[in-house]
Write a protein that binds this ligand. Structure first.
Ligand code: MG
Length: 250
């Protein structure tokens, strides 16, 4: 099942998507054109992984990490499907990062890898928008680079874990203005989701509503105001957001 949050007629609603039809909590059909999409859940903590695809590490001239490289993505950065990503004034290189996002459904500490996937509620799509200007060893972890308001598009909905046969075999693609810019597959994750969940929970309790961004494959490139970014993950959906200049009236 696909679970969505949206604003309809001035109220925040939760609903489900069945086929091409959006239904509210009462099962009434909601016209899609009339809704504002919200992040499909209100996360507790959003963990991110840097350098979790070998080909992406290569494109950045960095070594493959020996353990997961973590950061926290501020919840204040999160936006829903179709909301604009604001390009900060004065920066030189902003890019998208297509990522499978894992949603935790069951709390745990020191979770064994072979039990880790039992703690997963579902999956969604995230765009880990980043300003390269602020990424460098001096700035690790890259909280500012990835933490601007609007730098966390997520959605359009989340999908039950039971509906995703193999989360480690999903094609990922990013389109900018309709042209493919990034392609990958979750089979190429350096640290698989079970290992990531086990690693984080070795020091921090994972709670329901925590979200883990699993990293992006090779193929990052600059985007500028006026561009439209779409991220597609096989079996999950397609997340679309335009880029607008800071200060532009909307
Ligand atoms: Mg990322």
């Amino acid at each position: 099942m696909r679970h969505a949050r949206f604003i309809h007629q001035g109220r925040i609603r939760e609903g489900i998507f069945e086929g091409d039809v959006l239904l509210d909590e009462q099962g009434s059909v909601v016209p899609i054109d009339g809704v504002t999409w919200l992040p499909p859940l209100v996360p507790r903590t959003v963990y991110g992984l840097a350098l979790n695809y070998a080909d992406h590490a290569v494109e950045l001239n960095l070594e493959k990490p020996k353990e997961p490289v973590l950061f926290i993505k501020p919840n204040s950065s999160l936006i829903g499907h179709l909301s604009p990503i604001v390009y900060p004034a004065g920066v030189s290189y902003m890019h998208y990062e297509a990522e499978l996002a894992v949603i935790i459904g069951r709390a745990g500490r020191r979770i064994r890898p072979d039990r880790a996937m039992d703690h997963v509620l579902g999956y969604t799509i995230a765009n880990d928008v980043t300003v390269r200007d602020f990424v460098g060893n001096l700035y690790r972890p890259p909280i500012r680079a990835k933490g601007f308001d609007t730098f966390g598009p997520i959605g359009p909905w989340w999908v039950d874990a039971a509906d995703v046969a193999d989360p480690h075999r999903l094609a990922i693609r990013t389109y900018v203005n309709g042209a493919v810019r990034q392609q990958g597959n979750t089979k190429d994750l350096i640290f698989r989701m079970d290992d990531i969940i086990s690693f984080i929970s070795s020091f921090a309790t994972l709670y329901p509503g925590d979200v883990i961004l699993t990293g992006t494959p090779a193929g990052i490139s600059p985007v500028t105001p006026g561009d439209v970014i779409e991220i597609e993950i096989e079996g999950i959906g397609r997340l679309k957001n335009p880029v607008v200049a800071e200060g532009a009236s909307s």
